[in-house]
Design a protein around this ligand. Structure first.
Ligand code: AMP
Ligand code: GLY
Length: 418
């Protein structure tokens, strides 16, 4: 098969590493790619990811059999719709199905209509009505803006005053509507499922660390580390989440005429009354993908192809019993302002550590050097018989990397290892 992989993060390097091992692969291209992805796929130059018609034409000219979309933005923007119109199969949902990630309101209403467990919620189009609700409900309470906000549209308010300030912020930023949710208590876990309309194939679990600094302190980020499997998501809880949350969602999307095809990533809160949905993403997690791929024993390409073609019912998947843990190396200052262009060395040494894989994210080549080129820059994934072994290997390798302008958290996995 001729495959085009879209994206440039650590998630896509992990996908590229795994896809390149497929015996079914013929020509493997990536766009925009990064130096890690370039070790596995031919990077396509001169086609911007946002130029959908140019991209479709390029796929036609190069006889692409499957486009694998890594990030959410092109999905929400309808790239898969444009590819489908041209008869090009893609792994990833249409814009209508990507509303599961793109619109929190859409997902909350879908949950309400289908009895899918999630936090109770109310929506308001004026700040006054939202304030009154918060005063009546009290804190803690959760305030959310609609739309893709890169994780920044959510405030877990511990006091009524904080909630009021968050509501004002949504409207001040031009928001038309605010979503107020019941505060759910419990441990969070991420569940991944390949979905092709009605068929749901469980595809691993993980937990990530959203805060920038040790002890889960500091600002929210895209994720500073992750591990898989998530020990809190027992087989019983996973089966329940699939039965009560993911399967009814897939059915509801089919009934709406917007079947979901791709990977559905459910952010779950494991509450005293069972798993509840926090939110959906319509793509693999980053850095969760960097711990799923090293555990996947099956060939990835036929699975993604089956999801794209509605053939998942015939598919099965096998996982290594090993654990994996990844540590994100980020630029100092991330998620705020940070410098780029600083040299990184010691990667070969790190990658030679037993059971370790290094996935590159925001990096680029500058002559013979590898330099930073983004916020999250490297992922050091360790694998081992258990989580502790995986963690020890990841940190052993991370210490071999010389990059004074970078930082990483020292406590990835603490919750599962405590
Ligand atoms: P979201 O972008 O919806 O995933 O929210 C970001 C984070 O806010 C989640 O990972 C949770 O830690 C937290 N959060 C969101 N909604 C709730 C809720 N209803 N109750 C408690 N925590 C929440
Ligand atoms: N690591 C969180 C995400 O990919 O959304």
């Amino acid at each position: 098969m001729n495959v085009l992989l879209l994206g440039s993060g650590g998630r896509e390097h992990a996908l590229a590493w795994k896809l390149a091992q497929s015996p079914a692969m013929t020509q493997f291209y990536a766009l925009p790619g990064n130096p890690g992805i370039a070790e596995h796929a031919e990077v396509v130059e001169g086609v911007p990811l946002s130029a959908h018609q140019t991209l479709v034409a390029w796929c036609r000219e190069n006889a692409i059999d499957l486009v694998v979309v890594g990030p959410e933005a092109p999905l929400v923007a309808g790239l898969v719709d444009r590819l489908a119109e041209a008869g090009i199969p893609a792994f990833g949902p249409t814009a209508a199905a990507a509303r599961l990630e793109g619109s929190k309101l859409f997902t909350k209403e879908l949950c309400r209509e289908n009895g899918i467990p999630t936090a109770a919620f109310a929506r308001f189009t004026t700040p006054e009505s939202a304030w009154a609700y918060v005063h009546a409900e009290g804190a803690p309470i959760v305030v959310k803006a609609d739309g893709l906000m890169a994780g920044k549209g959510v405030v877990v308010a511990l006091t009524v005053e904080e909630a009021i300030a968050a509501i004002d912020q949504v409207f001040a930023a031009g928001g038309q509507e605010v979503l107020i949710e019941e505060f759910m208590e419990g441990e969070e876990a991420s569940l991944f499922c390949l979905v092709d309309g009605e068929t749901v194939l469980p595809f691993g679990s993980a937990q990530d660390h959203k805060r920038a600094f040790d002890g889960d302190l500091g600002p929210n980020t895209g994720g500073m580390g992750a591990y898989s499997p998530a020990p809190v998501l027992t087989p019983e809880l996973e089966a329940r989440a699939i039965r009560e949350i993911v399967v009814p969602t897939a059915k509801a999307m089919v009934a709406l005429g917007a079947p979901f095809r791709g990977v559905l990533y459910a952010g779950l809160m494991l509450t005293a009354s069972g798993p509840k949905l926090i939110e959906y993403n319509c793509r693999f997690g980053d850095p969760e993908c960097q711990v799923l791929m090293p555990r996947l024993e099956s060939d990835l390409l036929p699975l993604l192809d089956a999801a794209a073609h509605g053939k998942l019912a015939e598919a099965s998947v096998s996982w290594s019993p090993k654990s994996a843990l990844t540590v994100v190396y980020a630029s100092r200052g991330y998620p705020g302002a940070h410098q780029t262009g600083s040299e990184i060395s010691g990667l070969e040494d790190a990658a030679r550590t037993e059971g370790v894989l290094v996935f590159l994210a925001g990096t680029k080549r500058s002559g013979a050097k590898l330099v930073s080129n983004g916020g999250r820059v490297l992922n050091v994934t360790g694998t081992g018989a258990d989580l502790k072994a995986a963690r020890d290997r990841a940190y052993e390798a991370a210490e071999k990397i010389q990059w004074p302008e970078g930082f990483y958290r020292n406590d990835i996995g603490w919750r599962a290892l405590k």
